[in-house]
Design a protein around this ligand. Structure first.
Ligand code: SF4
Length: 185
């Protein structure tokens, strides 16, 4: 039986399934349209996200907003979530046990939204959504089909803050996403 949004969001807010709940200010379930055709998946909340309870609102989020805006994709029309809903200490990479404890929430969100396209922002979401064999520098920009979803791995916007040379690649990947969605209509 499919869980309702209300129940799901309540469960995420009160979740203590993994140790990440101990350090959070609040969990960050995700946000956007429940009818989104594109779901973007990041790694986990950072300091700003933890403070505000919203995904992708820090520096990387601003970059994501800019790319979406440039491609005429409205943030409120997509859905944005993370592999883990609570901030890992010091923004470290989520551990397997944490990701595996949290993934059923993301699966439930995707089941409710039924998007056409899923974009994995960075190596960590690509690992858990597509598989551990994914190498983000080699495989970014290549479509993968899983369970009826078209999935695109690309760089996490935070990677661009560290290495602006990746900007052109991210831009190309996002354009592919926009064009694929247009073709699906
Ligand atoms: Fe629960 Fe996910 Fe937060 Fe862990 S990260 S406490 S599984 S909501």
């Amino acid at each position: 039986m499919q869980v309702s949004w209300k129940t799901l969001l309540e469960e995420i807010r009160n979740c203590t399934l993994c140790p990440l709940h101990e350090g959070r200010t609040q969990s960050v379930p995700g946000e956007g349209s429940p009818n989104a055709e594109i779901v973007f998946i990041g790694e986990g909340p950072g300091a700003e996200e933890d403070r505000l309870g919203r995904p992708f609102v820090g520096a990387a989020g601003k970059l994501l907003d800019q790319v979406l805006e440039a491609l005429f994709i409205r943030r409120e029309d997509v859905y944005i979530a993370n592999i883990v809903k609570c901030r890992p200490p010091g923004n470290r990479v989520p551990q397997d046990e944490e990701a595996n404890a949290c993934l059923p929430y993301l699966r439930a969100q995707v089941a409710l939204i039924k998007p056409k396209i899923i974009v994995c922002l960075g190596a960590i979401p690509a690992k858990y959504i597509i598989g551990p064999e994914i190498r983000i520098t080699q495989d970014r920009g290549k479509w993968v089909e899983r369970k009826g979803f078209l999935i695109m791995p690309t760089f996490h916007p935070a990677a661009l803050l560290r290495d602006p040379r990746k900007k052109a690649d991210l831009w190309e990947d996002f354009k592919q996403v926009r064009d694929m969605l247009a073709r699906m209509h």
